[in-house]
Design a protein around this ligand. Structure first.
Ligand code: GRF
Length: 205
């Protein structure tokens, strides 16, 4: 495990991956992306990685009879890249405890709701159905639950009366692209500790 080396897991469009690529490229970032893994062939995120000269591979979960085999292949690739951090950027598979324990407190995820409200999938529609007036996004450390890990950063988005899942998702995505690289940068560069499930940054006023 070498300091500052980031492996990114993706499943699709990769706009959050792009935000991270851009932030690293802008300079002064405390790490660099050394590889991207997609569990889906043809994911646009792979093209984004290639365009940025980042090694990109497909490890298709469908090719494995069991989740454990899939995850072992992910771990093997990430270890071959010698990553310190694993960043989930729109990675649509749930990871088991075995994977989480392979990179303790070193896995970061972006989720399009204000956790702990609306974990899982279909969250913009769930927020609309519930009738919340605000939603948003959360960047958090991954623990052994689904979308339950310690929160690094959140951003709030107002829900409009005429929103549908698509318009709400689009406005949340703008905030995702802002806080995702910022949260990765923060957690990678600053000393912090966990107090219960709270992340306490030691440089905070
Ligand atoms: C984002 O909304 C992210 O929060 C969620 O999946 C979506 C991925 O979008 N986990 P992209 O692939 O980063 O464009």
């Amino acid at each position: 495990m070498a300091e500052g080396r980031i492996g990114v897991l993706v499943s699709g469009r990769g706009s959050n991956l792009q935000a991270l690529i851009d932030a690293v490229r802008a300079g002064g970032f405390p790490g660099r992306i050394v590889g991207v893994i997609s569990n889906k062939k043809g994911a646009y995120a792979l093209e984004r990685a290639q365009a940025a000269d980042i090694p990109a591979v497909v490890i298709a979960h469908r090719k494995f009879a069991e989740r454990e085999g899939f995850e072992r292949a992910l771990i093997e690739q990430l270890r071959a890249w010698d990553v310190e951090w694993v960043v989930l950027a729109g990675f649509m598979r749930v990871l088991t405890s075995e994977f989480v324990r392979a990179f303790p407190q070193r896995i970061i995820n972006i989720h399009p709701s204000l956790l702990p409200a609306f974990p899982g999938v279909g969250v913009q529609q769930a927020a609309l159905d519930y009738g919340v007036k605000f939603s948003g996004c959360t960047v958090h450390l991954v623990d052994e639950g689904t979308d339950t890990g310690p929160i690094i950063m959140q951003a709030v988005v107002e829900v409009r009366d005429d929103d549908d899942a698509e318009t709400l998702a689009a406005r949340i995505l703008v905030e995702e692209h802002r806080i995702f690289p910022a949260a990765v940068r923060r957690v990678m560069s600053k000393p912090w500790r966990l107090e219960g499930r709270r992340i306490v940054f030691e440089d905070a006023p």
